[in-house]
Design a protein around this ligand. Structure first.
Ligand code: PLP
Length: 449
């Protein structure tokens, strides 16, 4: 590998590259970190630091870095047929095979895939196609989506509108009309004296109140991440999703699970919906479908919704040049083959997650940690000023940022949302690496407090 001129790269980056979700002026002063290589659960930066990536890139590198088979699958498909679309009464073999594979993998009768390039576009797709689903059944007014404050559904206009991030709504005049939000289930901040399971029901019934306030004939769908990721891994009580499902069925509101993070093993099951025992009508996926090796997303529809779209929906006025790109589909198929044949989800759930949970709970004993929450292979440490009280730091994010930077100095990548330290390692993390993670995180907490 040719030597890297890091100062020159940082200079070019500062001048020419606008980074997403960054204060670009501050980053230009600080100098961006350039990553150059990955293997298993580790990445290396241009200064030669080896980092344990406990965030799997951005919740996505589920099978770990450096799996040559995925590159080989991409190369084979590029050499054979680099591109064809699915517009003009045609498509390609990997695209068809992937649609069929997903039908087998996804719970229930989510048998129909619409391909896009990202999670955001998947959520744009469901916004349009679900509204179309109701409109062609003579219910054009049943067009309202209900999401949750602080939910994250992507960065496009529809995705960011469905999401409930205040900062995103402030930029660009969002949300677009006919999208409403309810409060998320976050017992730590909001549960008061209720038990977690009691609180789960209370939080779910906010949906019922909102549907009744708007009128059931106006509400098209409810969308939620099974576990809310970006805001801080809010793991709802087990009572929450079952009650949400009951409410959706009662008022004929479609249930949309955004599984962009939770899908493909993150919660210990193939899909987060399976962990909570619910059956969505519509699901959006991305990230883990290719383990992040190449961009791909999809919206999955059940037989009812797809049946209406196909039989009475007429021509779908929706699609992208790269919907069902054959190279992305070939990489996804190879990724899913590896996950299945190497039993990556089962091994993570049965052999690694319980140990990770045990060590995560030990981190929870640190005096800076108010709550250590974890499900499968995703978790958060809630850093607080006073361990005995469920209260946040007055200046939110400062301590979390410090802890993240300290962890990085010890060779560990954790993400911080405000003062929640987020965990989402590759699913192939070993027990030895769990120990390494624990030691580095403990040191980081110690030096932060
Ligand atoms: N939905 C969820 C739950 C996500 O976490 C994300 C991204 O992190 C998205 C949607 C958007 O996906 P993408 O960044 O691929 O557009």
């Amino acid at each position: 590998m040719a030597p890297i001129d890091l100062p020159e790269l940082q200079r070019l980056d500062a001048v020419h590259h606008l980074h997403p979700f960054n204060d670009n002026a501050a980053l230009a002063k600080r100098g961006t970190r350039v990553l150059v290589r990955g293997e298993g659960c580790y990445v290396w930066d241009a200064e030669g630091n080896k980092l344990l990536d406990a965030f799997a890139g951005l919740w996505c590198v589920n099978i770990g870095y450096g799996r040559k088979e995925l590159g080989q699958a991409a190369a084979r498909q590029m050499e054979q047929l680099a591109y064809y679309n699915s517009f003009f009464q045609c498509t390609t073999e990997p695209t068809i095979r992937l649609a069929a594979e997903l039908a087998g993998l996804a719970p229930g009768d989510l048998n129909h895939a619409f391909f896009v390039n990202s999670g955001s576009e998947a959520n744009d797709t469901i916004l349009r196609l679900v509204r179309h689903f109701w409109a062609v059944q003579d219910k054009p007014r049943k067009n309202i989506f209900i999401g949750r404050h602080n939910g994250y559904h992507g960065t496009t206009v529809a995705g960011a509108s469905l999401g409930g991030m205040k900062g995103m709504h402030e930029q660009g005049g969002l949300p677009i009309p006919d999208i409403h939000h309810i409060d998320p289930p976050f017992w730590f901040a909001d549960g008061g004296d209720l038990s977690e399971e009691e609180y789960g029901l209370v939080a779910a019934r906010r949906l019922e109140q909102k549907i009744l306030e708007l009128g059931p004939d106006r509400v098209a769908a409810f969308i939620g991440e099974p576990v809310m990721g970006a805001i801080g891994v809010y793991i709802p009580p087990m009572s929450y999703w079952k009650e949400i499902e009951r409410i959706c069925r009662q008022y004929d509101v479609l249930l949309v699970a955004d599984e962009v993070i939770c899908g493909f093993g993150r919660t210990g099951q193939w899909f987060g919906s399976q962990h909570f025992g619910i059956q969505p009508d519509v699901m959006t996926i991305a990230k883990g479908i290719t383990s992040g090796y190449i961009p791909l997303g999809a919206a999955l529809f059940n037989d009812r919704v797809a049946g209406v779209l196909k039989d009475v929906g007429g021509e779908l006025a929706h699609g992208a040049t790269y919907s069902g790109h054959p190279v992305c589909a070939a990489v996804a198929l190879e990724n899913l083959r590896i996950m299945r044949e190497e039993r990556i989800v089962d091994t993570a759930r049965e052999e690694v997650a319980p140990y990770l949970a045990q060590r995560w709970a030990e981190l929870g004993e640190h005096r800076l940690v108010g709550q250590a929450r974890i499900v499968g292979m995703m978790g958060a440490l809630e850093l607080v000023p006073d361990k005995g009280r469920r209260e946040f730091f007055p200046e939110r994010g400062k301590v979390g940022g410090l802890c993240r930077d300290t962890a990085l100095r010890h060779g560990l990548i954790l993400r911080a949302t405000y003062d929640s330290m987020l965990l989402s390692p590759p699913l192939v993390l070993t027990r030895e690496q769990v120990d390494e993670l624990f030691e580095k995180a403990w040191k980081a907490l110690g030096e932060t407090a």
